[in-house]
Design a binder for this molecule. Structure first.
Ligand code: KG4
Ligand code: ZN
Length: 332
C-alpha cells in the first residue's frame, strides 16, 4: 500500500510517500522544506511566520513528494495533529483534510512524539510486533519536548516524566544565542564542543534534577547558570573562542549526563528490553556515542535504537511510517 505522511508541527514542512509490502517499507520520497534560515534572525521559531511558510510550501512539497505517482494510487494519508505550534499544526491538518477529501482516502491523525519514536523501526517493523521486546522505554529530546515514555506494548504508552520548563533542544538553542552562535543551536554547540582540548576556565555547569527521584527534567536553570557564568567573566575572556568552546562542551555534557542517568534509571526500574531514542537532539554524535557505549556496558542484554541522523529532526517520513503502523495495529 502507498502512504503519504505530512508534518508541519514546527518549522519544517515535511511530506513523504512510502510503499509497504509484507512489512517491508520502501521510501519513495521524503521532502523537507526547512525554515531554519528564516527563523535564524529571531533565534527561535516565530509561529505566525512559520504558519505562512507552511501555507506557501505545502503544495510545492507535495508536488515533489508525489512526482510521477498517480494520486489515486495513494491508500492512506497521515498528518500530525499534536503536539506542536497550533497555527502550524492547523495549516497541515487543513491541507491534509482537503487532500483526503479530494482523493476520497482515509485521513489518520498522528502524534508527533510517537512518530519520533517509531521511525526507529522503519527497517524492521516486525520488531514492534514481538512481545518479547517489551517493555521499552523511549526518550524523546527535541526543541519542544523532553519526555521519557514507558511503552508496555504498541497501544500502551505511559508518560514517566517530562521537562518542567525548557526542553533540552530549547536550552541548547538559547545557550547558543547567548554565546553569539547561530540557530538552531544544537548543531552549532556540537561543532564547537568537538574542538575542545583543555579545561582552561574550569567551567562547571549544574546537572539539573539529576538525582531527583522522579523522571522529570528541567533545563532552564542550566541556561541561567550559563548566563551568570558569562556575565561574571571579563569581556575579553567571555568573547574568546576558547571560552565559548569550553562552555559548549560543558553544556552539551551536562545535558547528556542528565538524559543518560534518567533513562538508565527507568531502564533498570522497569526491566526494560528496548531503549529507543528520538527527536532532533539525538542527531548529536556525542550523545549517540555515549548512549551506545554505556548501554553496552550497563545493559548488555537490552537493545538500543537510534534513528539515522537525518531522520532525527522533523520530517514527513516518520509521519508516513507511523500512519502505516497505526493502521496496521488497528487491523490486528
Ligand atoms: O525534533 P526537532 O527537529 O523539532 C522539534 O520537534 O522540536 O528538534 C529540533 C531541535 C533543536 O533544538 C536543535 O537545536 C536540536 O534539535 N538539534 C541538535 C542537533 N541537531 C538538531 N541538538 C544537538 N545536536 C545536534 N546535532
Ligand atoms: Zn520533533
Amino acid at each position: 500500500m502507498l502512504i503519504l505522511g505530512i508534518e508541519t508541527s514546527c518549522d519544517e514542512t515535511g511530506i513523504s510517500l512510502i510503499e509497504e509490502k509484507n512489512f517491508k517499507i520502501k521510501i519513495i520520497s521524503n521532502i523537507v522544506a526547512s525554515q531554519i534560515k528564516l527563523h535564524a534572525k529571531y533565534g527561535g521559531v516565530y509561529p505566525t511566520l512559520a504558519k505562512r511558510e507552511h501555507q506557501k510550501n505545502l503544495p510545492i512539497v507535495l508536488k515533489k513528494a508525489i512526482k510521477g505517482i498517480k494520486t489515486s494510487k495513494i491508500d492512506l494519508i497521515g498528518v500530525v495533529n499534536e503536539p506542536g505550534l497550533d497555527p502550524c499544526l492547523w495549516q497541515g491538518i487543513n491541507f491534509a483534510k482537503n487532500l483526503a477529501k479530494k482523493l476520497k482516502k482515509p485521513l489518520v491523525p498522528i502524534n508527533h512524539i510517537k512518530a519520533h519514536i517509531f521511525i526507529n523501526f522503519l527497517e524492521n517493523p516486525k520488531f514492534l510486533f514481538d512481545k518479547k521486546n517489551f517493555p521499552a522505554i523511549a526518550l524523546i529530546v527535541s526543541g519542544g519536548h523532553t519526555q521519557l515514555i514507558l511503552i508496555k506494548n504498541l497501544k500502551k504508552l505511559l508518560l514517566l516524566g517530562e521537562t518542567r520548563d525548557d526542553a533540552a533542544g530549547e536550552c541548547l538553542d538559547k545557550v547558543a544565542r547567548l554565546l553569539g552562535l547561530g540557530y538552531p543551536g544544537g548543531p552549532e554547540i556540537e561543532k564547537l564542543a568537538k574542538e575542545f582540548k583543555e579545561k582552561k576556565f574550569k567551567i562547571k555547569m549544574p546537572r539539573p534534577m539529576i538525582y531527583h527521584r522522579n523522571y522529570d527534567f528541567s533545563f532552564s536553570g542550566l541556561k541561567t547558570a550559563v548566563l551568570y557564568d558569562f556575565r561574571e567573566r571579563k569581556e575579553k575572556e567571555r568573547k574568546s573562542k576558547e571560552y565559548i568552546i569550553e562552555m559548549a562542551k560543558e553544556v552539551q555534557q551536562a545535558i547528556i549526563d542528565v538524559l543518560i542517568l534518567k533513562t538508565f534509571k527507568a531502564t533498570k526500574e522497569f526491566r526494560v528490553k528496548t531503549v529507543i531514542l528520538g527527536g532532533g537532539v539525538v542527531a548529536n554524535e556525542t550523545l549517540r556515542n555515549q548512549f551506545q557505549e554505556r548501554m553496552k556496558k550497563e545493559f548488555p542484554n537490552s537493545c538500543l535504537f537510534l534513528p539515522k541522523k537525518e531522520f532525527c529532526t522533523d520530517n514527513g517520513l516518520m509521519v508516513a511510517f507511523s500512519t502505516w503502523l497505526k493502521w496496521k495495529v488497528k487491523k490486528f
